[in-house]
Design a binder for this molecule. Structure first.
Ligand code: ADP
Length: 453
């Protein structure tokens, strides 16, 4: 069969079976993204009001966190000057107040849980139970309609309600995203590429705060789930990771005892001790999802410097290096499924076999292309609109290398007792939006696999 035919058949079968999956538990990070498109004159005026002396120093060197308005503006200038993304925690109340007054152009759902809840519940119509650290009115309003639930405990009894019906006005966890286009000018700085600076006015997600409902009623919550996806651990540091880790491992044990497969959505984790600790608990997960930077960062701490370098050396990423790294990770941790995604193709290494693994990757690639093409995907039927996006030409050489090295046929090969599954992706040339596209890919493939199996 051609790839297009495989795509089409995978989509039809996943769509038909999504209704049979049952509840999906999503934990732990949800926040509000407030996007501000920067205006050069406005920014200059603000810097002058605060005083250049208070600001310009930080354009050369980022502070560790934002403790005043001068540091905020300086950090934004740093991002512009270098064309690099940065995210800092905003500690001071007066700076948070300043950001709120400065305002935003657009509010979006943020955090992997929030994004996946809107996709799985709001678009695929699969029931989800989401961990939302703080359900404020602003936060609740960002959830799509559909079978999306948050646990609510009253008099020791647990209820599942849509976030809009939760009605406890909790705090706002706002990530202020200051965006600028390539060539953006302010003072003598010119942005070499488009990017953003993020100031997180959020005391909950960075510490992986876990709600009392999830601490006190987790057995009951887990009882409603057939699958689970865990994310949001990337912000932890060696100073604060122990307590949330302990609670997460307790959750994993409860889910494992109930045979609920759990996926870890791995995002780039700066702190090496936290990264190492994640590798240590990976065997308790069924599955993990990551991109090339994240896989390389894992190889680094596993002492595989050569592999780490190879993963970042070529474009498209060398699939033989990826497979080598996935095998190392699977052997070291016994995690049963590793899903790798990069620009142009996906690979999955599983300790079980079947076409459904590859077909779930194809479904995910279609969902990602739909997201890139349409920006907001409204329903599962809209996903099919990406069928006319062509399969990436450059994936051909990747496929040929996999065929040569491992005898791969129709995207499937056997290696050392594992199955390697491959999907060449559909790449949208002028994407409308790629925000949260990695989460779309990983959650669609994981859930798609269980729809097909
Ligand atoms: P993010 O954290 O922004 O979600 P990731 O690196 O996790 O980033 O995911 C980005 C993935 O999105 C890439 O690996 C690639 O597979 C996919 N992707 C990026 N741009 C496009 C596009 N224009 N069309 C289709 N897929 C894309």
């Amino acid at each position: 069969m051609s790839w297009d035919a495989l795509y089409s058949s995978a989509f039809d079968r996943v769509r038909k079976n999504l209704g049979k999956i049952g509840g999906i538990l999503l934990a732990y990070n949800t926040n509000i993204d407030a996007i501000k498109y920067l205006d050069g004159n406005d920014l200059e005026r603000r810097v002058e009001t605060v005083g250049e002396d208070e600001v310009l120093h930080y354009a050369g060197e980022l502070p560790r966190m934002v403790e005043n308005v001068g540091q905020l503006l300086g950090s934004i200038l740093w991002s512009i000057k270098h064309g690099k993304a940065a995210e800092l925690f905003v500690e001071s109340c007066s700076t948070r107040f300043y950001m709120r007054e400065w305002g935003w152009d657009e509010l979006r759902m943020g955090g992997q849980v929030g994004i996946m809840a809107n996709l799985l519940g709001g678009v695929y119509n699969v029931p989800v139970i989401a961990h939302v650290p703080q359900v404020s009115r602003l936060q609740a309003g960002l959830f799509k309609d559909g079978p999306i639930y948050v646990p609510k405990a009253e008099n020791g009894k647990l209820e599942l309600v849509h976030p809009k019906e939760f009605q406890a006005d909790e705090e706002n966890c706002i990530h202020y995203i200051y965006e600028f286009p390539r060539g953006f000018r302010v003072f003598d700085f010119e942005a070499p590429r488009e990017n953003r600076f993020i100031g997180a006015a959020d005391d909950y997600n960075p510490n992986v705060y876990i709600r009392p409902e999830f601490r006190e009623h987790f057995e009951e919550i887990a009882g409603r789930a057939r699958l689970a996806i865990i994310s949001g651990l990337q912000t932890l540091t060696r100073k604060n990771y122990r307590e949330p880790f302990e609670e997460m491992v307790r959750h994993l044990e409860i889910l494992n005892a109930r045979d609920v497969p759990v996926h870890l959505e791995f995002a780039f984790t700066q702190d090496e001790i936290v990264r190492r600790s994640l590798i240590d608990v990976l065997g308790q997960f069924h599955s993990v999802g990551l991109n090339e930077v994240e896989l390389a960062s894992i190889m680094e701490v596993m002492g595989e410097k050569g592999l780490a370098e190879k993963l970042l050396a070529d474009d498209p990423v060398d699939p033989i290096a990826v497979t080598g790294a996935m095998l190392r990770l699977a052997e070291r941790t016994s995690v049963r499924r590793i899903h790798f995604h990069t620009y142009g193709y996906y690979l999955a290494l599983t300790d079980y076999k079947g076409d459904f693994v590859r077909d779930a990757l194809l479904f995910a690639a279609l969902a990602a292309a739909a997201k890139a093409k349409l920006g907001d995907v409204r329903s599962i039927d809209a996903v099919v609109k990406a069928m006319d996006v062509p399969v990436n030409e450059r994936a051909k050489t990747v496929e040929e290398r996999l065929a040569g090295e491992y005898g791969m046929k129709n995207g499937i090969a056997d290696i050392n007792g594992y199955q390697l599954s491959f999907a060449p992706t559909k790449v949208v040339t002028r994407p409308k939006s790629t925000v949260g596209i990695g989460d779309t890919i990983s959650s669609s493939a994981f859930v798609g696999e269980f729809a097909l199996h």
